[in-house]
Ligand binder design. Structure first.
Ligand SMILES: Cc1cc2nc3c(=O)[nH]c(=O)nc-3n(C[C@H](O)[C@H](O)[C@H](O)COP(=O)(O)O)c2cc1C
Length: 380
């Protein structure tokens, strides 16, 4: 556990020496080519944020049926890996380190996007519309995964992790948060299975455990993190037993020697947070989810996260809008606001690679962001 609340002091993550305690959280920005290969825009975007120290690259699908939305990134073909290699090389040349988040959408997917019927633990549809190439569509009923689907999907995660490391990533983050496939197995309202993957908390955590074990076997446990979002209701999730579900998961993950555990909406006052911090022996990354994105609020939030026992602090929207976030925080300079929420998930360089640094624009002078975290993870 960290002893400092000075988030600008150097830090470590396993064998990685980090320049400070801040991490860029995964941010899906839908700027990939149609087949999921990272675009040139993405090379620029990530390289410009290399001072994050550690970047967790956006959710990338390990197979075709796991794709959530149009133009999200993928990591299941050589072409995807070649595209990502351009990103990791640019980030490394700029002095940064990068993990890649592996995400299967499960029921958060649509045949109009993938040409395939989505799969999920149980045939329970997302109670929302879903964005497709043709616009928003009602979600379809997903196909319940068979034992064979489960085995294949676990293997797809392991293969994606191998590709990610071959493409130059330092490691991968298994996405078990925000209502995607692994979270759908964890939560009672989306997992109605009666086999070994459903029922008690110990059974519902099994899929996340198997995916994580397979990924760790493929690339080494010290290159693997896991992201969870206890209590989150994003993407129609309802957990009735957060306070026992996550301790059951942590009890399994803690034996594996993983690089880190990453908590979304890390809330030091929540019972689950205190229990996880007490039970988790390794590096804990806390993503505080701030309601105000000013220099003062981000500084206070990062310090509070470290004071509550997190070892590193993940920030999403502050890095999205400020390529030079770390410099701004070091100087106490104002932060850029998020200009257009629509452009967070759609578009080209607009709203993506045109956020100014202090060098390119002087101080932007706007320190209040209207960003609303409640809608953000719809695409997460
Ligand atoms: C545009 C956008 C895209 C996101 N994409 C992802 C994602 O790919 N994977 C994920 O786990 N979370 C995703 N999130 C959630 C962020 O990682 C983070 O948890 C959230 O923005 C709250 O942190 P913040 O207050 O520092 O922005 C996304 C959020 C936003 C705003």
């Amino acid at each position: 556990m960290t002893q400092t609340t000075d988030f600008l002091a150097p830090a470590r993550l396993g064998r990685l020496a980090l320049p400070h305690h801040l991490v860029m959280a995964p941010l899906t920005r839908n700027r990939a080519e149609a087949d999921g290969t990272p675009s040139s825009l993405m090379v620029t975007h990530y390289a410009e944020r290399a001072s994050a120290g550690l970047i967790i690259g956006e959710a990338s699908t390990p197979n075709a049926v796991g794709q959530t939305y149009p133009n999200i990134t993928a990591i299941h073909t050589d072409r995807h890996a070649d595209g990502w290699r351009r990103v990791t090389e640019a980030v490394r040349a700029a002095g940064g380190h990068m993990f890649l988040q592996l995400q299967h959408g499960g029921r958060v997917s649509h045949p109009e996007t993938t040409g395939l019927t989505p799969v999920a633990p149980s045939p329970v549809p997302l109670p929302e519309t879903i964005f497709t190439p043709g616009g928003h569509r009602p979600a379809v009923v997903p196909r319940e995964m068979t034992a064979d689907d489960i085995r294949t999907t676990v293997a797809d995660f392991a293969a994606a992790a191998r590709r990610a490391v071959a493409a130059g990533f330092e490691g991968v983050e298994v996405h078990s948060a925000n209502g995607h496939l692994l979270h759908q197995f964890l939560a009672g309202n989306t997992n109605r299975r009666t086999d070994a993957y459903g029922g008690s908390p110990e059974r519902r955590v099994r899929f996340t455990v198997e995916v994580t074990e397979a990924v760790a076997d493929a690339i080494g446990a010290d290159r693997v993190g896991v992201r969870i979002s206890p209590g989150s209701t994003v993407n129609g999730i309802q957990e009735d037993d957060t306070d026992v579900l996550y301790p059951a998961l942590v009890a399994r993950l803690r034996e594996m020697g993983l690089a880190y555990l990453h908590l979304v909406h890390a809330d030091p006052d929540a019972a689950w947070y205190r229990r996880i911090r007490a039970d988790w022996p390794g590096v804990l990354i806390g993503n505080p989810v701030l309601s105000e994105l000013t220099t003062e609020a981000v500084t206070r939030g990062a310090r509070e996260m470290l004071a509550a026992g997190a070892d590193l602090v993940a920030l999403g929207r502050p890095f999205l809008a400020n390529p030079d976030l770390v410099t701004r925080l070091r100087l106490g300079a104002p932060l850029n606001p998020i200009r257009d929420r629509y452009l967070m998930y759609v578009g080209g360089a607009d709203g993506y690679n045109d956020y100014p640094t202090l060098d390119t624009a002087g101080t932007a002078g706007i320190s209040d962001c209207a960003g609303d975290p409640s809608s953000a993870p719809r695409a997460a």
